[in-house]
Design a protein around this ligand. Structure first.
Ligand code: PLP
Ligand SMILES: N[C@@H](CCOP(=O)(O)O)C(=O)O
Length: 469
């Protein structure tokens, strides 16, 4: 499998090189040159497989030629073996034909574990084979950071730098990152917002002089391997609900557009998905695009669903690439114009094409709390604020009551006690046993100004097991 850039100018890479990358050298994102497509018979034959075996079948075409089958099988079994639930991603029924896919059974209690526990193991495998050390720089609004640190903490060949917006992640999220101590783990609180952190990661890929020759790797969803691993659970959920002989709809709490883009790819690989709902909080640039063809930058607001406090949505570019007939020059021109003006719209027929599959809704904090409270009263089930936004959007935007609607349960409510309390629910859940002493653990974190050079100087001063590069 070869991977090409959405901007058409960077060299094509194989899976191993795309895993060890981030943004392409032309500023674009890597996508598979040709997407595998499975037949109805093939998909049907996967019903009932354990999660890691399904994962092998769905992802094998993407890694073939770079990772040996036997190694990949072993890595997948190890990755999903650490999840708390034996189904890995259990489905819980909320209402009539309405389900939550619990993606928070991994070690850091959010959907990021599905890709990042795998990414850490794949990096370890490839870097050990090559005898190469790398630096990772990642931006997090709360969940990617802890999952990436957990996934990479045992990798001898990695120094990982995670930037989060200072005071804009929940306390549980912050402690999940800052209490993992190791001389190759570096938490940075940036005096800015998530977009500032993400922009610094992207700018660092464009100019890597500060790394003095050490390779830079991404753990955010700009890294193709993140998206690849997230495709699997769409198959896992849909197969349990009658696919491929029946269509299924998904409502996806959305920020960087990575998770829902994985659903879009699952559909293009043959899974019958009839609707994808983009569920955002009040940071609603994607809802404004889906509902009115306006992708215009706005002020980034802090909300009760902090992981989705994102404005510039990385993976939207991957959708634009497909909407423009995979024409890199057209995407490059659009992205240049967006950088200059902060605004983007596409031709009417391309937007109509997107609307055939996607619907959207923006839900404010009040609507989020009301949904947590209503679902708790109806069923006793406690939603986290991100999943609550997905449920609200599913209920408002659903096209067919006859088809199953699956809401991606992207995080465990224990990570967001503030939203649970604001929803009027007293019984805030307990941290699971492996995190029970989280509030007693020592924290290590450096606060830095919202300034690229300051951050890059910090990375070059600590990028070799805490010592200078
Ligand atoms: C809990 C949670 N829900 C939803 C999202 C949005 O996912 P995506 O950025 O892939 O759109 C995120 C972070 O990205 C998250 O951490
Ligand atoms: N919500 C994310 C933001 C980063 O998104 P990513 O999927 O591109 O890593 C987070 O929790 O950090």
């Amino acid at each position: 499998m070869r991977y090409i850039s959405t901007r058409g100018q960077a060299p094509a890479l194989n899976f191993e090189d795309v895993l060890l990358a981030g943004l392409a050298s032309d500023g674009g994102l890597y996508v598979p040159e040709n997407l595998p497509r499975f037949t109805v018979e093939e998909i049907a034959s996967w019903a009932g497989l354990p999660y890691h075996e399904l994962a092998f079948r769905v992802m094998r075409p993407f890694v073939a030629g770079s990772i040996e089958d036997a190694d990949f099988k072993r890595i997948l079994e190890e990755t999903y073996g650490v999840f708390a639930h034996k189904a890995v991603a259990p489905l819980t029924q909320l209402g009539a034909n309405e389900w939550v896919l619990e993606l928070f059974q991994g070690p850091t209690l959010a959907f990021k574990d599905f890709a990042l526990q795998l990414l850490g193991r794949l990096l370890d495998h490839v870097l050990t084979k090559r005898g190469e050390r790398v630096v990772i720089m990642g931006a997090t609004s709360g969940d990617t950071g802890s999952a990436a640190i957990e996934g990479c903490k045992a990798c001898d060949n990695v120094d990982i730098f995670i930037m989060h917006p200072h005071n804009r992640v929940s306390e549980v999220q912050r402690r999940q990152m800052t209490t993992i101590l190791g001389d190759n783990i570096h938490n940075i609180a940036i005096e800015g917002n998530f977009d500032d952190c993400q922009e610094m990661v992207k700018a660092s890929f464009a100019d890597q002089g500060f790394l003095k020759g050490t390779r830079l790797v991404a753990v955010n969803s700009i890294n193709w391997a993140r998206i690849m691993a997230q495709i699997v659970y769409y198959f896992h959920a849909a197969l349990q609900l009658g696919a491929p002989h029946r269509s299924v709809a998904f409502s996806v709490p959305t920020g960087n557009f990575g998770d829902i883009f994985a659903g879009y790819l699952a559909r293009n690989m043959g899974l019958p998905i009839n609707q994808l709902i983009v569920a955002t909080n009040r940071n609603d640039i994607l809802h404004r695009f889906m509902s009115g063809n306006r992708y215009d930058k706005d002020t980034l607001h802090a909300s009760l669903s902090p992981s989705m406090d994102i404005m510039v949505s990385s993976n939207f570019e991957r959708l634009l690439f497909d909407l423009h007939g995979r024409n890199g020059a057209a995407v490059s021109a659009l992205m240049d114009a967006f950088k200059a003006t902060g605004k983007l719209a596409v031709e009417e027929d391309r937007w109509t094409e997107a609307r055939r599959l996607f619907d959207s809704l923006a839900v404010d904090d009040e609507g989020t709390c009301a949904t947590i409270a209503a679902v708790h009263a109806e069923t006793g089930y406690l939603l986290d604020p991100h999943t609550a936004i997905g449920v609200k959007a599913a209920r408002e935007c659903r096209r067919s009551l006859a088809l199953p609607m699956v809401v991606l349960g992207t995080a465990h409510p224990v990570k967001f006690p503030e939203a649970v309390e604001k929803a009027g629910i007293d019984a805030v859940p307990q941290l699971p046993a492996h995190l029970a002493d989280l509030f007693q653990r020592e924290e290590r974190c450096t606060v830095l100004a919202n300034d690229l050079k300051t951050v890059q100087d910090f990375v070059s001063a600590h990028g070799n097991r805490g010592k200078p590069l």
